[in-house]
Design a protein around this ligand. Structure first.
Ligand SMILES: Nc1nc2c(ncn2[C@@H]2O[C@H](COP(=O)(O)OP(=O)(O)OP(=O)(O)O)[C@@H](O)[C@H]2O)c(=O)[nH]1
Ligand SMILES: [Mg+2]
Length: 211
């Protein structure tokens, strides 16, 4: 993580300005017009995508969060800035085994089609729970992103839930794996939506991606 104090401060300013929910897209035909750049939040169900979006924007309930996996069921678009400078996209989780099969399938197609086909998508944040590390379902998504040459960056979530030593270990293992991948940013960002850890850096990383 190598952001200057100026980068961090200008990112903080942008995220403390106007941010508003634009729309939910339950299917590709409902996507907003691709008029501005986008950054998407992807990851397994319950990994903390919606919570991280709220922490990033410093708003407690912009995106809906829940203890129960499967809370976010559509692609949710949020406009940053007036006029809109770029958009954040909160996505349904993948790898949610308990949901009905047809629902899982529908989400998978929606997520994959959006990620592969969206020209204005500048970077996908792939969120991974610090306690669990990378799972095969994450690797499948990274394979897909590598193949489609969609730039992505790994973000460890819920870092407050494990000890610093365990966090350092999972970060090292994850980073080593990520560095072998074609479309991945080589550096991870370690975050906690609960404690605010890594949030200023993640804001700067978003600005870097859309800038
Ligand atoms: N301790 C801790 N809990 C967190 C953190 N981030 C999220 N959570 C909790 O994890 C649960 C899931 O968070 P969400 O943000 O709804 O997760 P999601 O990835 O959007 O989930 P889906 O929309 O269902 O795919 C909630 O109970 C959050 O309060 C964190 O940084 N620390
Ligand atoms: Mg969610």
């Amino acid at each position: 993580m190598t952001f200057s104090p100026e980068d961090l401060e200008s990112a903080r300013k942008i995220f403390s300005g106007p941010i508003a929910f634009l729309k939910s897209a339950p299917a590709l035909e409902f996507l907003p017009e691709p008029t501005v750049n986008e950054v998407a939040f992807a990851g397994r169900s319950n990994v903390g995508k919606s919570s991280l979006l709220n922490a990033l924007t410093n708003r407690s309930s912009l995106a809906r969060t829940s203890n129960t996996p499967g809370r976010t069921q559509e692609l949710n678009f949020f406009d940053v800035g007036t006029p809109t400078a770029f958009r954040l996209v909160d996505m349904p989780g993948y790898g949610f085994a308990e949901a009905p099969k047809d629902v899982v399938k529908k989400w998978r197609f929606l997520i994959n089609d959006y990620l592969r086909g969206r020209q204005v998508l500048k970077r996908t944040l792939v969120l991974v729970d610090s306690r669990h590390g990378l799972k095969d379902v994450d690797r499948e998504v990274m394979d897909m992103l590598d193949k489609a040459a969609v730039s992505y960056r790994l973000v460890l979530t819920k870092s407050d839930k494990i000890k610093a030593s365990a966090l350092a270990e999972v970060a090292a293992v994850t980073e080593a794996e990520v560095r072998k991948r074609a479309a991945a940013h080589p550096d991870l960002i370690l975050t906690s939506s609960e404690k605010g850890m890594g949030i200023p850096e993640l804001r700067a990383a978003v600005i870097e991606a859309v800038g």
